[in-house]
Ligand binder design. Structure first.
Ligand code: AQP
Length: 329
């Protein structure tokens, strides 16, 4: 039996960014060969905060096309759109009834995101972690490759699974988060005490995977650092530390070698080399993206076909859960 891997990405407003890629998506690609992987554009998570209609549709196609472009291969993995597999929402409702309000109230992401919503906080935003638990538990998932911000939600999924199993016997597998330690939290280029985020209103804070070379150079060039001069991996200098961590993720080598390479050199040189590394990463991805995204009919066909292949598998899981609860199926 292969290890089962599940993970998702939100089509929220923009295409994925460098933090999404280095923290999570890179692992998705690497995990494909040896595991049974399910990857998902989680559009139902995206609508927990307001999304303009056209932007949501475009971002769903764009995210799907970008996942293909970074190397997700539908011959090895299942790649689908969450709302096209309604078993996710069906299980989410059932799991709602095994999740306490107290647990949901402790979720950091809810606290942070609800603070940013000025006029309207949806019940969906509060309930998001239960939908995420359903996403994961539906597939008997072993491992969930994510960035650090999602670890609390995976722990909640385990708690919900344990509560259910305790009451009805072993129905759900207990999933584990899979973190890439060095890049689990890539920080904003403008406020390095906050994570890089798609929805950051300051566009200079985030490198998107479709940014042109000029934009990459401009954003890295204006990244916040500090008034010191020595280039060292020092966590008390978060702007520099973030840039060096990205550098190392793109050009793996011991910390000391990177420090030696930049000895006697300044931020300008570091930023120039880093921008070049990012452009080298993005160029082939962007080239492939253009071929995928220009054929929306083909993308739609592929999305639907992938969802249809999954539905019988997850349908069985939902029936098992309903039967355990005592619903007449
Ligand atoms: N800054 C980050 N560093 C490392 N990993 C990150 N992830 C997100 N931000 C970083 C990981 O990327 C995967 C997909 O994220 P998501 O689309 O589910 O959205 P999110 O976690 O809410 O992150 P964003 O990009 O900041 O989106 P918005 O602005 O819409 O909230 C996840 O595995 C996540 O951990």
């Amino acid at each position: 039996m292969k290890t089962v891997v599940f993970s998702g990405i939100q089509p929220s407003a923009q295409v994925p960014h460098l933090g999404n890629y280095l923290g999570a998506l890179r692992q998705w690609v690497d995990l494909q060969n040896k595991n049974q992987c399910y990857y998902c554009v989680v559009d139902l998570h995206a609508i927990t905060v307001p999304q303009p209609k056209q932007a949501l549709t475009e971002a769903t196609y764009a995210s799907y096309a970008l996942l293909l472009s970074i190397g997700i291969d539908t011959k090895l993995s299942k790649l689908f759109v969450q709302s096209q597999v309604p078993e996710h929402t069906e299980l989410a409702w059932l799991l709602n009834c095994y999740t306490s309000v107290g647990q949901l109230s402790r979720m950091t992401q809810y606290k942070e995101k609800s603070e940013k919503q000025k006029n309207f906080i949806s019940a969906g935003l509060y309930d998001y972690p239960v939908l995420m638990a359903a996403d994961i538990l539906l597939y008997d998932t072993d491992q969930v490759p994510v960035g650090e911000d999602q670890i609390q939600h995976i722990e909640l999924a385990r708690d919900i699974a344990e509560r259910f199993n305790h009451q009805y016997g072993p129905v759900f597998k207990l999933p584990k988060g899979l973190l890439l330690k060095e890049t689990a939290r890539i920080m904003s280029l403008q406020q390095p005490d906050q994570k890089m985020s798609k929805s950051d209103p300051n566009q200079n804070a985030t490198i998107f995977l479709l940014d042109s070379p000029d934009i990459v150079a401009k954003k890295i060039g204006s990244a916040v650092t500090d008034s010191q001069t020595e280039i060292r991996f020092d966590q008390s200098r978060p702007g520099l530390y973030n840039l060096l961590s990205i550098y190392r993720a793109l050009k793996p080598q011991p910390l000391a070698e990177i420090e030696k390479h930049f000895e006697g050199r300044g931020y300008k040189e570091l930023k120039k080399e880093l921008a070049e590394l990012i452009v080298d990463l993005l160029k082939p991805i962007q080239k492939r993206y253009q071929t995928f995204v220009n054929d929306k009919a083909e993308l739609k066909k592929l999305m639907k076909a992938q969802a249809e292949q999954i539905r019988p598998v997850v349908g069985k899981k939902v029936s098992e859960v309903k039967e355990k609860i005592g619903l007449v199926i």
